[in-house]
Design a protein around this ligand. Structure first.
Ligand code: SF4
Length: 232
């Protein structure tokens, strides 16, 4: 099938609708509180969600799934509790640095932190150890309620395989979030945050089901968007 005359952002916007129809509401992020979401964003780096759940379960059992709970832990205790999700020697001090910043700059209040303007808050998060663009944007979107897109490896694969960005280089994180912003630019402002929320969750869903390291296009909801000669 030859591609339609839709622009890449329009195709990405249509992909959202197709995935939403195929998979339904995703109810992300899988966390009971905003702080638990933030912990999950740190712990999920370079590991599976199952491993994250084991660490969260340890923290819950130790009464440390709250800001006060983490604050009360020694570095060694925190390392031990989050050991199942790996890289604990790096992740434990990174989590403590986030809590220290929250305490010193926002009186220990996520509500106060959420009220900060998006751009400087994103920069502040990126200045913390262990926080790259994906973690910062996930925290901004899912824990603090800011309307920012989140991109990951699944989205990069989809964009690359569907040739939504022509690049003689690895497609960057900013390329992906820029394209996502364009895709939802015509949507009304109040709805955009929820659209970014769902879109990221839906790309993870289709990535896990079909578009991993080896794509399985047969049965994939997005196959109609892909030229026939590129289907695997
Ligand atoms: S599995 Fe195939 S059709 Fe589905 S998103 Fe990946 S490349 Fe596209």
């Amino acid at each position: 099938m030859k591609q339609s005359a839709l622009s890449p952002p329009q195709r990405l916007r249509r992909m959202h609708d197709t995935l939403a129809a195929a998979f339904g509401p995703q109810h992300w992020w899988p966390a009971r509180t905003r702080f638990e979401m933030i912990l999950g964003a740190y712990l999920t780096q370079n590991t599976s969600w199952k491993a994250v759940e084991r660490s969260l379960s340890n923290l819950r059992a130790a009464g440390a799934l709250t800001i006060a709970g983490v604050r009360a832990l020694s570095l060694e205790e925190l390392r031990r509790l989050i050991q199942p999700s790996g890289f604990f020697t790096r992740k434990a001090p990174a989590i403590q640095a986030l809590v220290a910043m929250l305490d010193s700059e926002f009186s220990g209040s996520l509500t106060q932190m959420a009220k900060a303007p998006t751009a400087p808050l994103r920069k502040r998060l990126l200045d913390l150890p262990g926080v790259g663009p994906e973690t910062a944007d996930a925290i901004l979107l899912y824990a603090l309620g800011h309307a920012v897109p989140v991109a990951d490896e699944y989205l990069r694969r989809i964009v690359e395989r569907h040739q939504l960005i022509e690049a003689n280089r690895r497609i960057s994180y900013d390329d992906l979030t820029g394209l996502t912003r364009e895709a939802f630019a015509a949507d009304p402002e109040p709805e955009r945050r929820q659209l970014f929320n769902e879109f990221h969750a839906l790309t993870v869903a289709v990535g896990k089901a079909h578009c991993g390291r080896t794509p399985r296009c047969e049965g994939c909801p997005l196959v109609a968007d892909l030229d026939e000669d590129r289907r695997v």
